[in-house]
Design a protein around this ligand. Structure first.
Ligand SMILES: [Zn+2]
Length: 167
């Protein structure tokens, strides 16, 4: 690895440390030419297979750009989008997948986007899942409502009996 200070063609590792979550290794390196030290972080590479068959490295920026359009006019900040992209990357890394396609990335985006903003979620899902009728929207909204009701139910512990009667 090149020295970032003097561009010397070589450097040596003086220390290696694995991160707490085990997902990366941080190496301390020293340049034998100018003796300055610098760090590198090594992570497993995540590749995205495009429809054309070409692979490219996973990019959080592309996730943000893909979601940003759906968030137009919604109360979603750049920080929210950055956090969403981070969650998407963490979910993918936790799954142990090294290579995935755009469709799988879209699937991973849906969950955190729904928590962030339901309208943006519907917009994104309508493009990504190719909604082509009002019924598609109605079905997605029905699912959103049902899950919201479940969340309300869980907030009401005294409802336990009523729910068990319904099976
Ligand atoms: Zn150097």
């Amino acid at each position: 690895m090149h020295c970032p200070f003097c561009r010397h063609a070589d450097s040596r590792v003086v220390d290696s440390r694995t991160s707490d979550d085990g997902a990366s290794i941080r190496r301390r390196r020293q340049c034998p030419e100018c003796n300055r030290r610098f760090s590198t972080v090594e992570t497993a590479s995540l590749s995205v297979v495009k429809r054309s068959g070409v692979t490219e490295p996973f990019s959080r920026e592309k996730v943000v750009n893909g979601v940003r359009k759906a968030c137009q006019g919604r109360p979603v900040s750049d920080d929210d989008l950055a956090l969403l992209a981070q969650r998407v990357e963490e979910t993918i890394r936790a799954s142990g997948t090294a290579e995935l396609d755009a469709y799988e990335i879209g699937l991973t985006i849906l969950g955190p986007l729904r928590e962030l903003d339901e309208v943006a979620y519907l917009r994104f899902a309508s493009v990504y899942q190719a909604f082509n009728s009002l019924e598609d929207f109605e079905a997605a909204i029905t699912v959103l409502r049902a899950e919201r009701d479940v969340a309300l139910d869980e907030a009401r512990p005294s409802d336990d009996e009523a729910r068990s009667e319904q099976g």
